[in-house]
Design a protein around this ligand. Structure first.
Ligand SMILES: *[C@@H]1O[C@H](CO)[C@@H](O)[C@H](O)[C@H]1NC(C)=O
Ligand SMILES: *[C@@H]1O[C@H](CO)[C@@H](O)[C@H](O)[C@H]1NC(C)=O
Ligand SMILES: *[C@@H]1O[C@H](CO)[C@@H](O)[C@H](O)[C@H]1NC(C)=O
Ligand SMILES: *[C@@H]1O[C@H](CO)[C@@H](O)[C@H](O)[C@H]1NC(C)=O
Length: 490
């Protein structure tokens, strides 16, 4: 315990270690074990080192392989990586559930929906030299898309399911919290202004309270540093996002991704290499369909080997590492305001005051990742680079596990016979904390650790991003100006 009771001003680096390296290793071992189990069953890939030549895999079908690969970065389906650690220990009573959630599985952007139609052309290019099994080829030839522009970015059926089932699990585990009627003082909702986040919040609400919200659920104000991160980063979980380049671009132009492109081209029996853009489209189709129809065998997945999937997964990891993670100099700081909200709410309860029973935030990848980075989860000793894929094979920063569709950080405050306790979960995996790697831990040491960061009014805000904020207001002025000129000419 003495270790916990250090003076308030610990260096930042120490404080962020609440979730210590060792601790996270345990979580990671679990992840790795899960991944390894999958890998062990997936013998379908062409191009494995066991068999020298691609053609040796002619007989292996994606259609029939057991346990196909599902770790698709931020398009991973929640159920593939979620844990089962929501619980209340004996002699404890949950007092408050606090949550930040990404929206559930969605449809692609308008632009991506348009681009996916190009696959109808690419599917006709498969030749007799294809190394894929006949059933897989037939599936690709029969592939089509029925998406329309109206679908863009909306919550898909599976996304509705994800939020619904999360609400059901919470209600079952914490009836003392969730079996209370909705009032504005009992339950705080806040959502991003995007429809898919609003819809996720609404599904969650409907499932918990068996009714529709009487009024529109509160939408975040642009001045709210807890949830509105656009002033720092324009990124969200966008298909069309072009930020975080640099290492991402170098990796995409590098030998590993080129080898994927080459293998996919050969799998299709082509004499020429496809462009990376076209291979990306095939992957997008594969990922999305797997997320929408989790039992399905999406046609376009068959052009990839597991090795290919793993290489392309690193593209997502690099992107979010530099946009929202430890590769960004303000990655950890971006999560301070939302973390402060958590700490202040639990502190209030610890002082014996009344507080809301539930506090729920609905947003996007950056919202969850900001909390993850502030907690120190998924932090590697070595930075992720375009050049160290092999070295980082066992990296902790894997967006598939950290930020699937409907990813969430949940924190629970308990009053127990032996004092106040708290549990923090990432995608329903209890995060081991402190020296003894407890999952349901005494509250005071947690408060002491985090209060040191979150109580600093000078740093616990997004003021460092003000300059980019004023940049966008310049843009706005230009837009308005252009509009005025335009209307003058009509
Ligand atoms: C599109 O196709 C999928 C899979 O075949 C099907 O489940 C879905 O209902 C279709 N959507 C529309 C709008 O037709
Ligand atoms: C395809 O790409 C691979 C890897 O970059 C390269 O080795 C190969 O020569 C290319 N094939 C053709 C036909 O250009
Ligand atoms: C692939 O994509 C590029 C650019 O998006 C396009 O110009 C090309 O015709 C496509 N087809 C092939 C076979 O690469
Ligand atoms: C930080 O701000 C809060 C509210 O704005 C205020 O109550 C508190 O005293 C401030 N703390 C410090 C250390 O300035």
């Amino acid at each position: 315990m003495s270790m916990w009771r250090r003076p308030r001003r610990l260096p930042l680096s120490v404080i962020t270690m609440l979730v210590t390296e060792r601790v996270f290793t345990a979580v990671l071992l679990l992840f790795t074990a899960m991944a390894a189990t999958t890998a062990a069953f997936t013998g379908w890939q062409h191009g494995s080192s066991l068999f020298g030549h691609q053609n040796d895999y002619n007989h292996v079908c994606y259609r029939t392989v057991p346990n196909p690969y599902v770790y698709f970065g931020t398009k991973t389906t929640y159920g593939a990586v979620a844990g089962n650690d929501l619980q209340t220990p004996q002699d404890c009573r949950p007092m408050q559930v606090w949550m930040v959630s990404r929206h559930g599985t969605r449809y692609p952007s308008r632009k991506k929906i348009e681009e996916l139609k190009k696959l109808n052309e690419l599917k006709t290019m498969i030749t007799a030299d294809s190394t894929m099994c006949p059933e897989d080829i037939v599936a690709i030839k029969n592939w089509n898309t029925n998406l329309t522009k109206e679908d863009h970015y909306t919550l898909q059926r599976q996304g509705v399911e994800e939020l619904k089932s999360l609400a059901i699990r919470l209600k079952r585990q914490f009836p003392q919290i969730f079996n209370n009627p909705y009032t504005e003082s009992n339950f705080k909702f806040l959502t991003s202004h995007k429809q898919r986040a609003k819809d996720s919040a609404t599904v969650f609400y409907q499932t918990v309270f068996h009714e529709n919200p009487e009024n529109e659920l509160p939408v975040v104000k642009t001045s709210d540093d807890r949830l509105y991160l656009y002033k720092c980063k324009q990124v969200e979980d966008d298909d069309d996002d072009t930020k975080g380049k640099g290492e991402v671009e170098k990796f995409e132009d590098g030998p590993l991704v080129r080898s994927v492109v080459s293998r996919v081209s050969m799998a299709m029996g082509l004499k020429q290499n496809l462009s990376y853009e076209n291979v990306s489209l095939m992957l997008e189709s594969c990922k999305y369909e797997k997320a929408w129809y989790i039992q399905s065998r999406p046609a376009w997945c068959a052009v990839f080997t597991q090795n290919d999937f793993e290489i392309l997964e690193y593209v997502d990891d690099l992107k979010y590492y530099y946009d929202n993670g430890y590769g960004n100099s303000i990655g950890e700081r971006m999560g301070c305001p939302i973390m402060k909200d958590l700490i202040d709410n639990f502190k209030n309860l610890a002082r014996g005051n009344q507080g809301p029973l539930g506090i729920f935030y609905f947003g996007h990848s950056p919202n969850v990742l900001s909390v993850v980075a502030r907690l120190g989860i998924g932090k590697d000793d070595t930075p992720l680079l375009s050049t160290n894929y092999e070295q980082m094979k066992n990296r902790k920063w894997r967006t598939s596990f950290i930020d699937p569709f409907a990813s969430n950080v949940i924190a629970v405050f308990y009053k127990c016979r032996d004092g106040n306790k708290a549990m923090i979960l990432l995608n329903e995996h209890g995060i081991p904390m402190g020296k003894d790697e407890c999952r349901i831990c005494p509250w005071e040491p947690i408060e002491a650790k985090f209060n040191a960061i979150t109580s600093d009014n000078q740093t616990c805000n997004l003021n460092m991003c003000k300059s980019s904020g004023s940049l966008s207001s310049i843009n706005l002025v230009i837009v308005i100006f252009t509009y005025i000129i335009h209307s003058l000419y009509i």
